[in-house]
Write a protein that binds this ligand. Sequence first.
Ligand SMILES: Nc1ncnc2c1ncn2[C@@H]1O[C@H](COP(=O)(O)OP(=O)(O)OP(=O)(O)O)[C@@H](O)[C@H]1O
Ligand SMILES: [Mg+2]
Length: 248
Amino acid sequence: MEKIPTGIEGLDRVLYGGIPSGSVVLISGSSGTGKTILGTQFLIRGAEEQRERGMFVSLDERPSNLREDFKDIGFEIESLEKKDDLIMLDAASPKVGLVSDEEYVARFGLEVDSLLNDISRIHNEKDVDRIVIDSLPLIAFRTEEGVGTTIYRLMSLLNELDSTALVITEREEGSAKISRYGVEQYAARGVILLNTRMVGNEMRRNLLIKKIRGGDHDRRRYPFEISKGGIEVYPYPDVYSKRGQKTF
Ligand SMILES: Nc1ncnc2c1ncn2[C@@H]1O[C@H](COP(=O)(O)OP(=O)(O)OP(=O)(O)O)[C@@H](O)[C@H]1O
Ligand SMILES: [Mg+2]
């Protein structure tokens, strides 16, 4: 199976080259673990390095907030949008009844169908290669048809579309469940878990590839950091204490 590089430093090494082209991969982690940054970086690197057009479906934050927030880590969202290499779909404003002056606004009322239609329409019109959904719980929590059905419909749509997708979900801190609803991972071809843990009084980050169907991958936890440029995954596989080595 053809793999496409995420373009994120160190992550492609852990993924043995990247994620299977055209697949849907779940990103799960508790609050503040770097899910939105990872998703955004995946689209930016795809546009910059692979000439792949990205669509960020933002249910959590208004795109204007993301543009501002991510300037600090060096993500030039606006310049990619101007080149038509990145589409920011505002699904956050309509959700709370705010007027949006964005170019791409989802008709996201009470039902999920209109959002799925918008994703599919823009994907086809603009020939999108990479999609990020941020986040799945913000679609699922308002559904009337049952969470399992909505998750299944969203994942099925993304599987049908000719693009590679990252779907962000939440995970309760310290929970044994790897995703909020406990079912998202079954509908995805791959799962990447983002974690934090305390070492002394300092929070350290690490990630683990839980599964990639149809592709081998490293099965160890890898430390990563967020700084200017975004996420960087470090090559030390041993995140537990080793004398004389930086531990994560
Ligand atoms: N410029 C920066 N330098 C270093 N770390 C940063 C910087 N900007 C953000 N961060 C870190 O990234 C974290 C936020 O990452 P992100 O928004 O991707 O998390 P998330 O998992 O999407 O969170 P949420 O569940 O709230 O949506 C911040 O809590 C902060 O620790
Ligand atoms: Mg987020």
